[in-house]
Design a protein around this ligand. Structure first.
Ligand code: FAD
Length: 464
């Protein structure tokens, strides 16, 4: 019998445990699985609050419906009838003091159709002319990696980048675009530039055409009707509670011949033949403290974010805007970085006659925000929201959530860094697999895909 340990009960660790159990069953593998989670709950960054008929996400709320690893897992768990698409509606960008509609016919802020851009108030004439130079600016020289921000600035100029592309993209990573790695985030843009010499041309050639019909198109995101945490609850049920130990952290791992001695926070030592480490990368420094390699974990920095959900009676919101929310460009005098009108984008989350607004603060330009008290954060958010809306009266309640130093940043050279770590693991710590949001994608579907891949690698390792 082989002992397999999975460390971390976020979506990556839970997915690993689920797929490993499936493999054990299908192939009758002689494995004994244990998952340990440091805190007293599963889910990691996934957490849903149910209060007074509202469903409020503290962490992730949705994923792109075309991301198959998440849909496949949800199918396998029998939760497909829980999937709900977002109500499609106008999204906005706040630049200066004004809300602008995101021009249609674009992909991640990059124009595919010229007309909506020419008529958009988001950029001045100079900005539009500079962006159109993408057609003629020569392709950059082939290179292993470069900064995402500099890449886009070279193609489109600063105005399009700062007023549109950056607010859309940095929301995903809570990162500074000028520091982020192109190849670890959107390698496809690099390949389009190399192949077509222009991103606009490349997208025009490769993206499906926007339907001409005036009918509303289905939303492109999925959420789970009962909240994201319902995925965690179902995973726990199907993995089996006997496999999972809560409030049990891994403090240290030492290789002794072919077995790993894992020191747990309850003082016991677990002997593992193979291990999946599905924790944020910063834990590696402690658990592998005798390996100098992981003294460099800070080469993957983390940023901090917080979000504030405010629940209201409809009548307290005197001036509401038409749409699903907005993101804020860094050229605006706002502290919030985005706000989702959740009751509109996700009507299933909010009882009739109520309003749910979820605003975000923090990120690389405002690391202090997470240190504010709940009351201060609510005031910061209300002050900014009232610049474009008119909210009177007290909220019914608020939910404030902080993620301090928990958003991994894929900076330039990220892929190379991870490659070095992985080859070190293969040589010095064979049978230990690093997986999760710190490595090959931060989105929940990416984490699911990585959890599944870690299981294949582990089974392969044991059978070799
Ligand atoms: P985590 O969720 O961080 O889980 C790691 C687990 O390891 C934790 O439970 C931790 O307690 C445990 N652990 C740590 N150290 C130890 C130890 N020594 N021993 C045992 N256990 C340990 N993604 C999307 O796709 N869509 C979204 O809408 C979206 N929105 C987001 C909004 C916010 C505010 C945040 C913070 C993230 C969002 N994301 C979104 C990203 C996504 O939620 C995360 O990248 C993903 O959930 C990370 O999962 P994980 O399992 O890799 O890590």
């Amino acid at each position: 019998m082989k002992n397999i340990l999975i460390i971390g009960g976020g979506i990556t660790g839970l997915t690993s445990a689920f797929y490993l159990q499936q493999k054990i069953k299908d192939k009758k593998l002689p494995y004994n699985v244990k998952l340990v989670e440091a805190t007293n709950r599963l889910g990691g960054k996934i957490a849903t609050v149910h209060q007074d008929g509202f469903t409020i996400e503290r962490g992730p709320d949705s994923f792109l419906s075309r991301k198959t690893p998440a849909v496949t897992l949800i199918d396998k768990l029998g939760l497909q009838d829980q999937l709900v698409r977002n109500a499609s509606g106008q999204a906005h960008i706040l630049v200066g003091k004004k809300l602008h509609k995101i021009p249609p016919g674009s992909f991640m802020g990059i124009p595919i159709e010229a007309r909506p851009f020419l008529f958009s108030g988001l950029f001045g004439v100079k900005g539009k002319v500079r962006a159109s130079l993408d057609y003629v600016v020569p392709k950059g020289k082939a290179q292993d990696d470069q900064s995402l921000g500099l890449f886009f600035r070279r193609r489109f100029g600063d105005e399009l980048v700062e007023n549109l592309i950056e607010p859309l993209l940095s929301g995903i990573y809570s990162g500074d675009m000028d520091e982020m790695s192109l190849m670890a985030t959107f390698p496809n843009f690099y390949h389009l530039e190399q192949k077509y010499g222009s991103l606009i041309k490349g997208l025009q050639k490769t993206m499906p055409k926007r339907p001409k019909t005036k009918e509303k198109q289905p939303g492109i995101f999925y959420a789970l009707r009962g909240g994201f945490e319902s995925l965690v609850v179902e995973l726990e049920k199907q993995i089996g509670k006997d496999v999972i130990s809560l409030s049990t952290a891994v403090d240290h791992i030492e290789k002794k011949e072919n077995v790993y001695h894992v020191l747990l926070s309850d003082g016991t030592v677990y002997r593992a033949d193979a291990i999946i480490v599905a924790t944020p990368h910063q834990t590696l420094r402690k658990i592998f403290s005798q390996h100098d390699m992981f003294k460099t974990v800070d080469e993957i920095p983390n940023t901090s974010v917080a979000n504030v959900a405010l629940a209201y009676d409809q009548k307290a919101v005197k001036k509401e805007l038409d749409g699903t929310g907005f993101v804020v460009s860094r050229n605006s005098n706002y502290r919030i970085t985005a706000c989702t009108w959740t009751h509109r984008k996700w009507p299933h989350t909010t009882p009739n006659g109520k309003v749910l607004l979820r605003s975000y603060v923090g990120g690389p330009n405002d690391p202090e925000a997470v240190h504010l008290t709940d009351e201060e954060l609510v005031q910061v958010v209300l002050k900014d929201l009232n610049k474009t809306m008119k909210i009177t009266g007290e909220p019914l309640f608020n939910i404030v959530t902080r993620f301090k130093n928990q958003m991994p940043q894929y900076t330039v050279g990220h892929k190379e860094r991870i490659k070095t770590w992985r080859s070190y693991m293969a040589e010095q710590l064979p049978g230990v697999f690093l997986t999760g949001a710190s490595y090959e994608g931060v989105g929940v579907p990416d984490c699911i895909e990585q959890g599944e891949k870690a299981v294949s690698d582990l089974v392969q390792f044991i059978s070799d």
